[in-house]
Design a protein around this ligand. Structure first.
Ligand SMILES: [Zn+2]
Ligand SMILES: [Zn+2]
Length: 392
């Protein structure tokens, strides 16, 4: 490791502080074309990164990724994308103490108490509601967030430093994007179109995105409130600013510092509401991190089918099973985003409502608008696997 310091002299000469980069923790949400093409640069910079993606590698991923491979694991299953990127990150870093983390889970499964420990989020998920969910959390927690997308031969990203509540947010630019899936999308037939996502567009775009994040970390806000578009077909790129939109539906507020609580995720939601009331909120309402689906209509006969899961866990519209077809009724989707003390869901365990260990329980007063935030106890090691140099 004699040349460890020299490795970073170029970086220093360019005005980048290796100590700043080594001190930063970046969450990479989505390990497909976007995440895969960020890993190499992040590793060379020595950033500590956590990779989040629920999927295993498929052969079709290989054309646009330098680090994904379909060699089965000893148990015969295909490896998770997130794990392969975390291992590649550590393997390509020059840092003797490099670590990286991974979770084979959707981003919505990562508790906000863990998300808030990151200094940035790089989002490349090809699912609109998930991108919007990430953008909303990034704003609420005040974390610099970059959301990337590709339409080959073009790539683009939206960069928001989220430094203060009044600065432009993702939803100032895209006010119609929703963090929840319209329940009807669950009933639509999947369209089997192939996105010819080329590595060239992704690799080029993601490196500009990392440049934007690196500049945020050095207090250079030139990318803040900007959209970057790169067109490899035309050989040009452009950086366009956007403004705070007066009717923005995004969260132009920041959550207050969370307080730890004595009870855990196996307490009923009512425990949080009672605590908030004792803390001065007269009409407390618990805001769920993701919408909770109580029931949905059967996709075949329209009858009400209990679902009882956070929305991100619901993959397809349910079917009521035996006896289906006998009813002519059409039930409404029953989806809940907040729980008040009079809601029967207040007696459910926090865990069942999607508030597991290290979740932030956000409670808002329906009268005053006052907000309290409580953090449930838990271990980060239950959320992320960690890769170190000795085990790469
Ligand atoms: Zn906004
Ligand atoms: Zn049915």
């Amino acid at each position: 490791m004699a040349d460890f310091a020299a490795t970073y002299e170029c970086l220093r000469a360019a005005g980048r502080d290796p100590d700043v980069l080594h001190g930063k923790r970046l969450l990479v949400a989505g390990c497909g074309n976007a995440g895969s093409n960020a890993t190499l640069t992040l590793a060379v910079l020595g950033v500590e990164a956590a990779y989040v993606d629920p999927d295993s590698v498929e052969p079709k991923n290989l054309a646009h990724s330098p680090f994904l491979d379909v060699t089965p694991r000893p148990d015969g299953t295909l490896p998770f994308k997130a794990e392969l990127l975390a291992r590649a990150h550590v393997a390509h870093s020059r840092r003797p103490d490099q670590v990286a983390h991974w979770a084979a889970a959707p981003l919505q499964a990562i508790p906000w108490g863990v998300l808030r420990t990151f200094d940035g989020m790089l989002v490349g998920i090809d699912d609109g509601p998930s991108r919007a969910w990430a953008a909303r959390v990034g704003a609420l927690l005040g974390i610099p967030t970059i959301v990337a997308g590709f339409y080959p031969p073009t790539g683009n990203f939206v960069a928001t430093s989220n430094r203060d509540a009044d600065s432009p947010c993702y939803f100032c630019l895209r006010p119609t994007e929703s963090t929840t899936r319209a329940s009807c999308s669950l009933y639509a037939t999947a369209v089997g179109t192939v996105n010819p996502a080329l590595q060239t567009a992704a690799a080029a775009t993601m490196n500009v995105a990392i440049e934007a994040m690196t500049r945020f970390w050095h207090d250079d806000l030139r990318y803040d409130g900007h959209v970057f578009r790169l067109d490899l077909g035309e050989g040009c790129g452009e950086l366009t600013s956007f403004r705070r939109y007066v009717d923005c539906p995004g969260p132009h507020e920041r959550l207050p510092e969370p307080r730890p609580v004595a009870f855990d995720a196996d307490a009923p939601a009512r425990a949080v509401l009672d605590l908030a009331r004792a803390d001065g909120l007269r009409s407390p309402e618990l805001m769920l991190p993701s919408a909770y689906v109580v029931s949905l209509p059967c996709r075949a006969c329209g009858r009400e089918v209990p679902v009882e899961q956070p929305e991100w866990m619901v993959r397809t519209a349910p079917c009521c099973g035996s006896g289906c077809g006998a009813s002519g009724s059409t039930a409404m989707a029953h989806i809940v985003e907040t729980v008040s003390p009079t809601n029967p869901l207040a007696d459910r365990l926090l865990r069942e409502l999607g508030l597991g260990p290290l979740a932030l329980c956000v409670v808002e007063d329906a009268e005053s608008g006052g907000v309290r935030v409580y953090e449930l106890p838990g271990n980060v090691s239950d959320v992320f696997h960690t890769v170190t140099r000795s085990e790469r």
